[in-house]
Design a binder for this molecule. Structure first.
Ligand code: LRH
Ligand code: MN
Ligand code: MN
Length: 426
């Protein structure tokens, strides 16, 4: 099932008049404030976020999973689903694979399918948090940190294998997230576990191709509930430095303890040139993996404000790899991802509107009220007409959710795949 450009074009006609009116009104008022509206729209059109191959089916909790009709059953169908998202939003031009959940069988065919859908392969993700069929060693007590050399070697070999798979697809980065940790005080010697992890990561790093990056993801708890080896950005940053200049920290928005100032972490990492990758989601309690922007949109805006500042002022930091790492228990996964993409673009657009010059002056004068006014002035702007125009300019849908529904996408997927297909992965 593919969405043709003409279908989107004709669907857009219904709302084009209203769009033009609201766009002109907003563009005029921004213009008067000295905003380069064309530049903002170009930045929005250029911004691409990878979709993980495991987010296309309904997720679940440890208490159960309710499947969604017409879910993709294999990698080809997952690529098709990302193609649908990209056709509508023009923002999802990449897919990120989790190995071994999604190992391609025919690489040439998979690459051709991705290209036909306008997609590239972003970071490949290794998995040493689940035992694989026929594996000799178990990860029950950790992988790269394990006290057993045989287990560590197996986990290192898996990561090297994932790099090789990524090379065949054209990926340029490896994301390592470890579940390693302990459930009870005394179970781990913290220093030995960290040392093993550092040594193992260095071995993986040694096989990384010249033009690749290694992303080290951190998380404070879960699945282990007493300690996690790579618990925070500081540990990840330290390990990245111990590996070398191609190693970076990856920030997942859900991987922080409540009330952590994530925007400050982003700022520090970019100043140090070590923010490599980013996983978007939202949360109320922990690693909830909720729809981006559904719970704390102002926090997302503040984070984007630091990302924009870093992208403009920190040439020492590479352009970060963006990915949505969300999961959906009760929504149509594609609709949920469209909502996430929209929230990301909205926060980005608002951050682009922040008057950085004025903010700097207000900060220097210690005019605290004005500092807040400047941020909130940008945040309170309804930027949706800018997002619409950015999509329109590159052939996307004016209103992606509306178009998804009026084109009957889910119905067509159910017809093609049947009601009871089951997605692999989490
Ligand atoms: C861990 C995580 C990590 C995994 C993904 C499935 O919580 O965020 O990025 O690869 O979820
Ligand atoms: Mn993640
Ligand atoms: Mn997570």
């Amino acid at each position: 099932m593919k969405i043709e450009k003409e279908q989107i074009l004709s669907d857009n006609k219904k709302d084009i008049g209203v769009h033009e009116e609201s766009f002109d009104f907003l563009a005029n008022s921004l213009d008067r404030k000295g905003v380069d509206v064309h530049k903002v729209i170009k930045d929005l059109s250029d911004f691409q976020v990878a979709i993980p191959s495991w987010a296309l089916g309904a997720g679940g909790t440890r208490f159960g999973r309710f499947s969604y009709y017409g879910e993709p059953a294999n990698l080809e169908q997952k690529i098709n689903d990302v193609g649908i998202l990209h056709a509508l939003t023009q923002t999802a031009g990449a897919i990120s694979l989790h190995i071994p959940w999604d190992i391609p069988e025919d690489y040439k065919a998979i690459k051709e399918l991705a290209t036909a859908n306008g997609l590239v392969f972003d970071a490949v993700n290794s998995n040493t948090f689940q035992d694989q069929k026929n594996a000799k060693e178990s990860y029950k007590f950790g992988s790269l940190s394990n006290t057993s050399k045989a287990v560590r070697d197996q986990a290192i070999a898996h990561n090297n294998e994932v790099i090789k798979i990524g090379e065949k697809l054209g990926s340029k980065s490896l994301t390592v997230w470890l579940a390693d940790g302990s459930n009870f005080p005394g179970q781990h010697n913290f220093q030995r576990a960290l040392q093993h992890t550092q040594d193992s990561l260095q071995e993986i790093y040694a096989t990384l191709p010249e033009d690749w990056k290694l992303f080290i993801e951190y998380k404070p708890y879960e699945p282990n509930f007493y300690s996690t080896v790579i618990q925070d950005w500081g540990t990840s940053f330290m390990l990245a430095n111990a590996c070398g200049e191609k190693a970076y920290t990856l920030v997942d928005l859900g991987h922080h303890l409540p009330n952590t100032n994530i925007e400050q972490i982003v700022s520090t990492l970019m100043m140090q040139g070590k923010l490599g990758g980013f996983h978007f989601n939202d949360s109320k309690y922990g690693d909830d993996d909720s729809t981006v922007g559904s719970v704390k949109p102002y926090a997302l805006f503040l984070i984007f404000n630091e990302l924009v500042y870093g992208m403009n002022n920190n040439p020492q930091n590479p352009y970060p790899a963006w990915m949505i790492d969300a999961s959906h228990n009760i929504k149509d996964p594609l609709e949920d991802l469209i909502q996430s993409l929209e929230a990301i673009q909205e926060a980005y657009a608002k951050a682009l509107l922040v008057d950085q010059e004025q903010l700097k002056l207000a900060q220097e004068k210690h005019d605290v009220v004005l500092c807040q006014e400047i941020l909130q002035q940008a945040y309170r702007t309804d930027v949706r007409p800018l997002l619409e125009r950015a999509r329109l300019n590159v052939g996307g849908a004016l209103h992606p959710i509306k178009a998804y529904r009026s084109l009957g996408v889910r119905g067509n997927l159910i017809q093609a795949r049947g009601k009871h297909s089951i997605a692999t992965g989490l």
